[in-house]
Design a protein around this ligand. Sequence first.
Ligand code: ATP
Ligand code: MG
Length: 360
Amino acid sequence: MNESAVERKRILTGDRPTGRLHLGHYVGSLKNRVALQQSHETILIVADLHMLTTKPTREDINQISDNVRGLVLDYLAAGIDPQQVTIYLQSAVFETYELNLLFEMLVTVNRLARIPSLKDMARAANMSDEEMPFGLLGYPVLQAADILLPRAHLVPVGKDNESHVEVTREIARRFNSLYGEVFPIPDVLVGEVPTLVGTDGRDKMSKSLGNCIFLSDDAATVTKKVRGMYTDPNRVRADIPGTIEGNPVFAYHDAFNPRGDEVADLKQRYRAGTVGDVEVKDKLAHALNEFLEPLRARYARYQAEPGLVDEIIVQGTQRMRETARATMKLVRTAMGLAGTWNRLTRAAERRQKKTTEVIP
Ligand code: ATP
Ligand code: MG
């Protein structure tokens, strides 16, 4: 760690290893991580324990290794610099489990039950409210453990995760007021596009909805997906005036097409009914492929070095273990939990000594 790392504010954020990253992940969070990796000490968590909240079977677990490699490859392709950033595997940092349990005492069941996104996640996993596991209810508590283990100051996430980070802030405040100032109260940073719509026009691009363009899609796949995108359903012919609002094709143009004048011109002609869908979509496919080209070059570079991704994760996890150990020392001392054990062991030692002195 260099000198400046000591003063830099810390970032913690990450993803579940449930599949490859898509454009929604990029605009919601990844873009901010890349932009801030120099100015902030950045830690990315590969949240495999969070995956267990909805995917706990042996088959799910068997897929983690491949998914982790894919996810980290996506980070690197997106421009995350492994020299600057710590990338770690959540399940291999055991202090996570410990801090999670301690935090469970600092939040009410009622508070968690009111978070709408947890019910959405249960629904996406085909669970009824009755089937919701305790661990899924505790999803934001585990997130609090992740964020506060490195005592992070800033959490770049998409809009759907904002309410979870609020729980982290509440837990940090409660901890500090009960036991003394250990944790910073972290701020949320939501991306420029808080929630990217799906290619099918549904509110959110999401793996589980199958409406994604992945960062790892090749040019032909991107073009094909764009051609099939949902647009204004009332516009059955090119000479019918169309609607821009809520039209995913234009939402993507706004997010990814660097040529603002081209986008303005397309919007104006779309509203007037003087442009065909094909032209609007082809220009979008072009812009997206242009955006993904440098990522493709980096994919090729990292894939050409087998073992490199694994090494990055292992080294990052080892660094994170040290950070976690230091924080847990502070936590146990602040809570006085260490005290009981220390007193017991000291007394036991004293007795041992006495007995050995008496026996001979
Ligand atoms: P998905 O929601 O695609 O199934 P996931 O639930 O496994 O993916 P999360 O861990 O919920 O992924 O999301 C990782 C990060 O990406 C979070 O910060 C989340 O807010 C953000 N994110 C996910 N999808 C989108 C989207 N469509 N638009 C903006 N941000 C998003
Ligand atoms: Mg999600």
